[in-house]
Design a protein. Structure first.
Length: 102
């Protein structure tokens, strides 16, 4: 989301425009900073990935409502199908890359 990217860009002193957000270097820089921030916040990769896709406000609500555990152990309960599939795909791909590059 552009608004999220703009917020993150300001924190790392990048002047974001609708043009340079499409530049791979800028986009990767902002995206990695954002996922890093989410990993620090949740101390859990599963929840961080869910927040990256659905927004941290949604993840915070799911945790407070008891839909998700604070330890991220029940990602199958992510109520948004897109986010549920996203988290599962990223974790599956991560496992594959880990096997290839370990």
């Amino acid at each position: 989301m552009y608004s999220t990217a703009k917020e993150v860009a300001e924190k790392i002193n990048i002047e974001l425009t609708e043009e340079n957000i499409l530049e791979p270097g800028t986009n990767i820089n902002i995206g990695t900073k954002y996922i890093s921030t989410l990993i620090q916040k949740y101390e859990n990769i599963n929840l961080a990935l869910a927040a990256y896709n659905a927004g941290s406000g949604n993840v915070d609500n799911w945790i407070s409502e008891g839909t998700l555990n604070k330890d991220g152990s029940n990602i199958e309960n992510i109520p948004y199908l897109e986010t549920n599939n996203y988290v599962r795909k990223i974790l599956k791909d991560y496992k594959i890359y880990k096997e290839i590059y370990d």
